[in-house]
Design a protein around this ligand. Structure first.
Ligand code: MRU
Length: 353
């Protein structure tokens, strides 16, 4: 059974969201109960729930938590909804799925203006569960399209965690791995540890081990040597935001990996659902890159590794130029070559801005 990191337990008014607290993996598997928007905000901000599609699902559910007890008069309700939307949207800046999900929820509510507020609340609850269900379906389709690119026997390198834990279930980059394995292909995965928060070492290795897929962890700085000395058939990673020309923001270190893959002639793929595309931005220079606390580098997991007083540079994401990406695997097919025209063609008609 694939891991499902987010679940809504019980009904709209008496229920809560349960999340796997990913900061505690792989040591402990603990479910965190969220009963209000503040708990959800904190969970997103400190990466208890993380990964672009999972952040979108969590934020949609967080919005439901925020407004389920909001005033029953229309003005009061929409005022509370707008404030909660802006609050949750300020939790992290880069993954566009966060804004996509929140704005979809608000648009759904607005489409029901004039109906009783209790009906709007129930509809928002249904919409959040629909976003979750749709994400799971998109991940399955990504797996199907991506597995075609994987040879019968393959060694695959990945970065960060773009697996079940980062989505409603099944993953994006790892959906390709899971599907290839289900098809009987012989797969070996190398997972970059992904400094500073070790999503590769802690999360990708954990979920692949749970699924019985052979995985080996390497330091991020061993990736070049790995490509030089072993046969890596392909690199596949997830994405936090893909813009109109195909430039792709993903976990810091992805760009270095893409350059290495180009140098060693290893195909470099991105896997992401349509909800990760932001066609309102022309190129990657406009993507907001989250800067996180230097303590994540200087004092990782409560142990000091950088002298006190020395600043640490900690961008959480980087941007890989489209020209380094062999293909983008979406739920609607593979975008290749990665260019503005092909992106529009594959994503049409839902994304036309
Ligand atoms: O900071 P994180 O752990 O949220 O970063 C996650 C990533 O960079 C993932 O690769 C990306 O969100 C895709 S998840 C399917």
């Amino acid at each position: 059974m694939p891991v499902r990191p987010i679940r809504w337990k019980s009904g709209l008014l008496d229920g809560c969201v349960e999340l796997i607290d990913q900061t505690l993996l792989p040591g402990k598997l603990v479910w965190l109960e969220c009963r209000d928007a503040e708990t959800m905000f904190e969970a997103i901000q400190v990466l208890r729930v993380r990964g672009a599609p999972a952040i979108g699902v969590a934020a949609a559910m967080g919005l439901v938590l925020a407004v389920r007890n909001a005033p029953e008069n229309e003005n009061g309700f929409f005022d509370a909804l707008s404030k909660a939307r802006d609050y949750l949207a300020s939790s992290r800046p880069t993954a566009v799925n966060l804004f996509w999900a929140l704005d979809r929820m608000v648009a759904r509510a607005k489409s029901l203006k004039g109906r009783p507020v209790s009906v709007i609340k129930q509809t928002l609850f249904d919409e959040a569960l629909t976003i979750q269900r749709e994400d799971a379906n998109m991940c399955r389709s990504i797996g199907g399209f991506g597995a075609v690119l994987v040879p019968q026997s393959a060694t695959i390198l990945t970065h960060c965690n773009a697996g079940s834990l980062a989505t409603a279930e099944y993953g994006t980059a790892l959906a390709v791995v899971y599907t290839a394995v289900e098809q009987g292909k012989k797969i070996q995965v190398y997972a970059d540890e992904t400094r500073p928060l070790l999503q590769g070492a802690r999360l990708t290795a954990w979920e692949l081990q749970q699924a019985g897929v052979p995985v080996t962890v390497l330091c991020d700085n061993a990736a070049g040597w790995l490509m030089q000395t072993k046969k890596i058939d392909l690199v596949i990673v997830g994405a936090d935001r893909i813009v109109a020309n195909g430039d792709t923001a993903n976990k810091i270190g992805t760009y270095s990996l893409a350059v290495l893959a180009w140098r060693h002639n290893v195909p470099f793929y991105v896997a992401a659902p349509s909800s990760t595309f932001d066609l309102s931005l022309a190129d990657g220079s406009a993507i907001p890159i989250e800067m996180r606390s230097g303590d994540e580098i200087g004092r990782p997991f409560a142990s000091r590794v950088v002298p006190d007083g020395v600043p640490c540079y900690n961008p959480a994401f980087d941007v890989t130029p489209a020209e380094l990406i062999r293909g983008i695997v979406t739920e609607r097919g593979v975008i290749s070559p990665v260019c503005r025209e092909r992106i529009r063609e594959v994503l049409a008609p839902s994304q036309t801005n």
